[in-house]
Design a protein around this ligand. Structure first.
Ligand SMILES: [Cu+2]
Length: 196
């Protein structure tokens, strides 16, 4: 009888232990940030001569080769937004700037419009660090590893207005924080159309 009870208790403990191991979200620990949901992913192409443009475009094949891979995604929790950009096939050990812009990619680098801003700068172009900063815009600057890959992430205390954030641009340098140049990051080298 005693062995039977012990065996039963053991079986219950084992089952409980297995259930705890396989459960997805333990209720006792701190809240986990939600997983990044994919928004857009593609390999880059040259711009089309006319008409519909590829989802991902390189404007400078020397600094961002055709075939380079870009993917972006985002998550929202408690009024905060996290955006992630993953790149591969770029130049090795190189600094690039990156931001979320307002319009989809077009044949010309300027077609993607200005940076998305939570509080819009009444002055355009926006180079005032009061508006052009990493808290009011999405800055995804990154430095590639020896293989030409990198991940850029940003977390801000707001959510995108629907329909107003439509592309991720990769620039030639990291973003400036200087007055009069804030948010600028050199030439627009590549663009990924991504509707956040
Ligand atoms: Cu930009």
């Amino acid at each position: 009888m005693r062995t039977t009870v012990a065996a039963l208790v053991g079986a219950v403990l084992l089952t409980g232990g297995l259930a705890a191991c396989s459960s997805e979200a333990p209720t006792s620990s701190a809240p986990q940030p939600p997983a990044i949901k994919p928004v857009a992913e593609t390999s880059l192409a040259a711009p089309a001569a006319s008409g519909d443009q590829p989802k991902g475009i390189t404007y400078d094949v020397k600094r961002i080769p055709v075939g380079a891979q870009l993917s972006t995604g985002s998550s929202v929790a408690n009024g905060q937004t996290t955006v992630e950009l993953k790149v591969s096939g770029l130049l090795p050990n190189t600094k690039y700037g990156s931001h979320v812009h307002t319009k989809p990619c077009g044949a010309k680098p300027a077609d993607s419009g200005p940076h998305y801003q939570h509080t819009k700068d009444p002055v355009s172009p926006s180079v005032d660090p009061k508006y052009a900063n990493a808290e009011n815009e999405i800055w995804l600057d990154f430095t590639t590893d020896a293989a030409g890959a990198a991940t850029g992430t940003a977390t801000v205390k707001w959510e995108f207005r629907k329909g107003e954030a439509n592309a991720v641009i990769i620039h030639a340098t990291h973003s400036s924080t200087e007055h009069g140049k804030a948010g600028t990051a050199g030439d627009r080298l590549a663009c990924l159309t991504a509707q956040f």
